[in-house]
Write a protein that binds this ligand. Structure first.
Ligand SMILES: CC(C)(COP(=O)(O)OP(=O)(O)OC[C@H]1O[C@@H](n2cnc3c(N)ncnc32)[C@H](O)[C@@H]1OP(=O)(O)O)[C@@H](O)C(=O)NCCC(=O)NCCS
Length: 207
């Protein structure tokens, strides 16, 4: 595998309704985002809660499509669609800002509104974390979210992230400033987690 690009070796040997799944978690699998997923991502990003919590600026489908194309070429990030075993797409997860010198990366997560509250977000986060620490030489994962984003805070806590602090008034949208809670998970903490690891499909498995 080319370090810093989990997608480069995402050669899973199983398909979920024709999508190659790289990592299989408890209830979901991760498959590399394709350009044709832009429409789906555009719909999910238009959900008011997601737009608010992620600070998404409205953009056209064409612009998002171009962005997905650019991201696919960007070695510092890996973007995944979250799929159920029957191939139903339920969300998006990404490892962005990968810095292989410092061993750090940021996690991004979104569940489609109609699939929230069923554990898929937490499962996807666990699978992403297992990919990050199991397949890449990363040491530190960071997640930032509004201090008021209860579902995200719960998912991060359940996945083992620790709260480092608050970046006060760190972002501005919808007419006011918001505090961001900064969370991180370090490799030794991940190694101590007692949960079953997500299984890399087609590669080494510690499940
Ligand atoms: C955050 C998000 C990804 C969680 O996805 P999900 O599929 O609903 O997650 P889960 O079903 O695994 O639930 C995660 C936790 O949130 C809790 N939760 C779910 N909905 C909730 C709500 N409306 N209020 C409070 N807690 C809630 C769940 O009970 C669970 O906590 P628990 O494990 O302690 O019981 C989803 O809400 C989302 O996409 N939000 C918009 C984008 C966003 O905020 N991204 C996160 C940026 S870090």
């Amino acid at each position: 595998m080319t370090t810093g690009d989990a997608n480069a070796d995402c050669g899973g040997d199983e398909t979920e309704a024709d999508r190659v799944v790289c990592v299989r978690g408890r209830s979901v699998g991760l498959a590399v985002v394709e350009v044709d997923d832009a429409e789906l991502l555009h719909r999910w990003r238009s959900d008011p809660v997601a737009a608010h919590e992620l600070g998404i600026w409205p953009r056209s489908l064409g612009a998002l499509r171009e962005r997905v194309e650019r991201d696919a070429e960007d070695d510092s990030r890996d973007d995944f669609l979250v799929l159920l075993p029957d191939g139903t797409p339920v969300g998006y997860a990404a490892l962005s800002d990968q810095d292989m010198v410092n061993g750090s990366a940021e996690v991004e997560l979104m569940t489609a509104v109609e699939h929230r509250g069923r554990g898929y977000g937490t499962d996807a986060l666990d699978a992403l974390v297992d990919l990050a620490f199991g397949e890449l030489p990363l040491h530190r994962l960071v997640a930032e979210t509004h201090t008021s984003n209860a579902p995200a805070l719960a998912a991060l806590a359940r996945s083992g992230f620790a709260r480092e602090g608050v970046s006060r008034a760190a972002c501005f949208h919808r007419g006011r400033r918001h505090d961001l809670a900064v969370h991180s998970l370090l490799r030794p903490e991940w190694e101590r987690l007692e949960r079953r690891r997500a299984r890399e499909v087609g590669g080494g498995s510690d499940a």
